[in-house]
Design a protein around this ligand. Structure first.
Ligand code: CTP
Length: 407
């Protein structure tokens, strides 16, 4: 899952032999879609050049409080603002972190730009120690780790293996791939929906009349897709059952199952419901389907043509009948007596929450990029929202579900 995509990562590089691995680290982080800035100590420059790291990170590398003065220029050198750098970061990763830097961090010493950034950082700070085995085992190092961890810093344990000294033991910096996986897992498991399984239906259903025609509706699937994507970004494992829709999803944590008819959507929803914690049914399911599907294309003959329709099974109501601990959410699209009708639907289908959108509201409903919803719970709590982009509406709905399910 692309948890690092779009994240601002400040990488602090200190002076140990493992500093050469910072180049690989930057490369992987950039490949994951992160924005990377590097701050390094002067001794780190002996192991890896700022040019290497700035080329890979596509950003200037910082190592002193002021940029180096150009001897041909009369201008005063620019101040490298550590506070700005620290506040820019969504996370600060110090790798490799030497015994010297860690000890200074633990004691509030601030004699270089990296340490000033550390003291100014408000974001999570991760550190990957790298040192020889005896230094790693030294009681002061253990004390340093304890102190740093008690401040809320997150330690990425050093590995066991061959060290630069030729000795074998613990102290090797974790490999760049391991560091990145550590970050991803740590971020993921702290997300509010981590470990939760979501079932979401979206889009229209098409009910075949003959091999070339169908009964459908104008639903685009935008609302359901936005909910699926946002739930995944909040850490949930999502199964999205989508009727025919042109929309695409790019999220490893959303498993998309494409269906066409109401009957297919019914069967697939029942297959996944038992394993779900939350089910949100936003699909605009056809209420009726042709009683018979012609096996050949129907030819036009008479001036009038009658199609016999049969009711489809109500997926939402059927899940309401069998639900155990699942939190079940339905949608209601109403044109009159909106709240009253929505409340009746909520009760009739045994829901925990209903999302009401009224077609009378401008910016609400099918095909639009915005929606205006009112959330109504089974204990009659009513929460109206203004018109918002569907992505934001998805966030409102999910935040409300998080609040309700944790209550
Ligand atoms: N729904 C469903 N299966 C159906 C019909 C509807 O799962 N066969 C779900 C929709 O996904 C939505 C909710 O039921 O979450 C409300 O659908 P809506 O069409 O507004 O209500 P109906 O119960 O069909 O009632 P009516 O059409 O009379 O308003």
């Amino acid at each position: 899952m692309a948890v690092l995509s779009g994240k601002n990562i400040l990488l602090g590089v200190t002076g140990g032999i493992a500093a050469y691995k910072a180049a690989f680290l930057v490369r992987i982080l950039i490949k994951k879609g992160a924005n990377v800035k590097v701050v390094m100590t002067n001794s780190a420059k002996e192991f890896v050049t700022p040019l290497t790291l700035s080329t890979l990170s596509k950003n200037e590398v910082f190592s002193s409080f002021t940029e180096e003065k150009d001897p041909k220029s009369f201008k005063e050198p620019k101040w490298n603002n550590h506070v700005e750098l620290a506040l820019w970061a969504d996370l600060f990763l110090i790798a490799p972190a030497t015994a010297n830097t860690l000890s200074k961090m633990a004691n509030g010493t601030c004699d270089n730009l990296l340490l000033a950034c550390y003291l100014s950082a408000k974001c999570p700070v991760y550190y990957a120690p790298a040192m020889d085995l005896d230094m790693y085992k030294h009681p002061t190092t253990a004390e340093t780790f304890e102190k740093l961890n008690s401040f809320g810093n997150i330690q990425i344990p050093a590995a066991f293996g061959e060290l630069a000294s030729g000795l074998v033991g613990q102290g090797r910096m974790a490999e760049p791939e391991e560091i990145v996986s550590f970050l991803e897992n740590d971020i993921l498991k702290k997300l509010p929906l981590y470990g939760k399984k979501f079932l979401i239906t979206a889009g229209p259903t098409y009910e075949a009349i003959d091999p070339v025609r169908f009964i459908g509706n104008h639903s685009s699937g935008k609302m359901g897709y936005a909910i699926a994507e946002t739930a995944a970004q909040l850490g949930a494992e999502v199964v999205l059952i989508s009727g025919p829709s042109a929309l695409k999803l790019e999220n490893d944590f959303v498993k998309i199952i494409r269906v066409t008819s109401a009957a297919e959507m019914y069967n697939t929803a029942h297959e996944y419901f038992g394993k779900s914690d939350v089910a949100i049914l936003s699909a605009a399911v056809a209420d009726y389907r042709p009683s018979e599907i012609a096996s050949e294309k129907i030819k036009k003959k008479e001036d009038n043509f009658t199609l016999q329709l049969t009711k489809t099974k109500d997926i939402l109501a059927s899940l309401g009948e069998i639900k155990k601990n699942q939190f079940l959410v339905g949608f209601a699209l109403e044109t009159e007596n909106e709240e009253e009708n929505a409340k009746l639907k909520l009760k009739k289908k045994n829901l925990d929450l209903i999302v009401l959108n009224s077609l009378r509201d401008e910016g609400a409903g099918f095909q639009t990029d915005t929606n205006k919803v009112t959330l109504i719970t089974k204990d009659n709590k009513t929460l109206p929202f203004p018109v918002k982009p569907k992505k934001e509406v998805a966030k409102d709905i999910l935040e409300f579900i998080i609040e309700q399910t944790n209550a």
